[in-house]
Write a protein that binds this ligand. Structure first.
Ligand code: XMP
Length: 509
């Protein structure tokens, strides 16, 4: 595997994903955390950073000690740090380089540049530049504006040291993936055998080893992660996996029945629990968004726990935790190490004295889908838009009543079906309807109406952190407006949300 030491760059996860796409396993570690060496580590990549290497308190690491064991590649800040710690000089550049640049070289024989065009588009994002190389280091590529775009060195008794001033991990560096491949395959000598099939195989073995003949309980949500995780555990231990799928009354129209049915078809040992009235009862009169979330979270745990305690001899809790939830990243505000909160069923494992089984803990979302495909999970699950845990509760602004839920479910179903029919569903990242606490005047036939407004939301995004409103065709929006108003009693107005995130959020609450 490859270790990526994170110095806080926004692109660190992209390095990891590019390497995984080359079918090589890699892990991201905070730069200041001591390395746990093991023979599977074949190379190290030092990431970019929001710091300048000349900032007081800029994070630094012992690169020579690393290179004594494996090849090291520095990217952007990583390259500058390498130049600096070996005695070179880094300074603010007179020309700041951001965005497109062209790397030029004549070193066809150079392993890192193998098969890379003599002039290759790369993506720069730095204001510092290396003004003097350390002794023994050789420049192997430049750009029009900066003399050092790529360099290498191999001190005696050391593995190769390489540096790239630009970001090979972003798609705008057109041959960046090839550069990473040259480093990983030709210099670090990694085997490209990290495939979905290999992952499935290894994971099933690992689960069997961890769980033995004990029992696992797991909550399913209908989402991609919990479904793929459950199926992997199921493949490993069969009927010793017990699943619980809770109907909180806040799912999409008919979703509980459809999804429960699919789970049963997959052969999962699953119990569907209808807890609608409990949720509606406790949510009565509550309109504060945070309070809604808290109530739903608490009730979910209560219901799940009650089901779990009815089962005997349960030793493990299965979870669909994925890699972005557990990556320890370097805070942008300082070289301190911060750990993102892990999502788990709110303290349940300790309370119930269970250990965790998390088969997807080291996968990115797109890898979860690839693994899902490998084990034959239906596109019904794999292609599904994200849906928030609190469900329609945070899409009904103000107080929640069963009538409002039913109204919103109808409007939502028309919209989602409409998106599918128009082949727009897979073009947007997430879509849904929001019921506004606003009534307005309308006219239907000869009658005056005074009914609710529904907002349609559709966004494009890659991770939900930022999002743009989807520019859906007017004809489609016109059809949705007609269909919803004509078919859903209680709604006489439809609006389309044209806000991006930031400054808005995807959900309205
Ligand atoms: P926002 O509204 O913060 O949403 O832009 C970003 C993504 O997160 C989802 N979301 C949630 N998911 N529990 C969840 O499981 C929640 O409380 C929650 N709030 C928002 C949202 O649907 C979007 O995909």
């Amino acid at each position: 595997k490859i270790l990526i030491l994170d110095f806080g760059s926004q692109y660190t996860q992209l390095i990891a994903r590019s390497i995984r796409e080359l079918n090589v396993y890699c892990e991201i570690k905070p730069c200041l955390q001591p390395i746990q060496w093991d023979p599977s580590i074949k190379g190290i990549i030092l990431s970019g950073s929001p710091f300048s290497v000349n900032d007081p308190g800029a994070p630094t690491v012992d690169i020579a000690a690393m290179a004594a064991k494996v090849p090291v590649l520095g990217v952007c800040y990583g390259a500058q740090l390498m130049a600096k710690v070996f005695g070179g000089e880094v300074a603010k550049s007179s020309i700041r380089e951001y965005g497109r640049a062209f790397m030029e070289h004549e070193n066809k024989e150079e392993t890192l540049l193998y098969d890379i065009s003599g002039k290759s588009q790369v993506w720069m994002s730095h204001s510092d530049t290396i003004v003097r190389m350390p002794e023994g280091f050789e420049i192997i590529a430049r750009t029009e504006n900066i003399p050092v775009a790529a360099f290498k060195s191999q001190p005696q008794g050391s593995c190769p040291l390489l540096g790239l001033q630009f970001h090979p991990e972003v798609t705008h560096s057109l041959e960046g993936k090839l550069l990473l491949r040259n480093f990983i395959v030709h210099i670090c000598k990694c085997q490209q055998d990290w495939t979905p099939a290999a992952f499935v195989h290894e994971t099933i073995d690992r689960i069997r080893e961890q769980v033995g003949n004990k029992r696992v309980v797991m909550a399913l949500s209908g989402g991609v992660d919990s479904t793929v995780a459950a199926e992997l555990i199921h493949k490993a231990i069969g009927q010793n996996l017990f699943c619980v799928f809770v109907d909180n009354g806040l799912l999409r129209k008919d979703e509980f029945e459809t999804v429960l049915d699919s789970y049963k078809h997959m052969g999962l040992n699953v119990k569907g629990v209808n807890a609608r009235d409990l949720f509606y009862g406790e949510l009565k009169g509550v309109s504060d968004p945070e309070q809604k979330r808290k109530i739903i979270g608490r009730l979910f745990i209560e219901v799940f726990q009650q089901e779990a305690t009815q089962l005997t001899d349960i030793s493990f809790l299965g979870q669909g935790t994925i890699y972005p939830d557990v990556i320890e990243s370097v805070s942008v505000n300082g070289p301190s190490v911060t750990i993102k909160s892990h999502h788990n069923v709110g303290g349940l494992p300790e309370k119930m004295n269970m250990s965790l089984v998390e088969p997807l803990r080291f996968l990115f979302k797109d890898e979860v889908r690839r693994v899902g495909r490998e084990i034959g999970i239906s596109e019904l699950f794999l292609g599904r838009h994200p849906f928030p845990g609190p469900g329609l509760a945070i899409r009904i602004l103000g107080e929640i009543t069963p009538d409002k839920v039913a109204m919103l479910q109808e409007a939502d179903a028309i919209y989602i079906e409409g998106l599918r029919d128009a082949e727009l569903y897979d073009k947007v990242w997430q879509a849904g309807t929001i019921l506004l606490p606003v009534q307005s005047v309308g006219v239907m036939g000869d009658e005056r109406t005074y009914e609710f407004t529904v907002a349609l939301r559709a966004v494009t995004s890659t991770d939900g952190m930022t999002a743009d409103w989807a520019h859906l065709p007017y004809e489609f929006l016109a059809k949705m407006s007609n269909d919803i108003i004509n078919r859903v009693k209680g709604i006489n107005r439809v609006v389309y949300d044209i806000s991006s995130k930031p400054p808005a959020t995807i959900e309205w609450e």
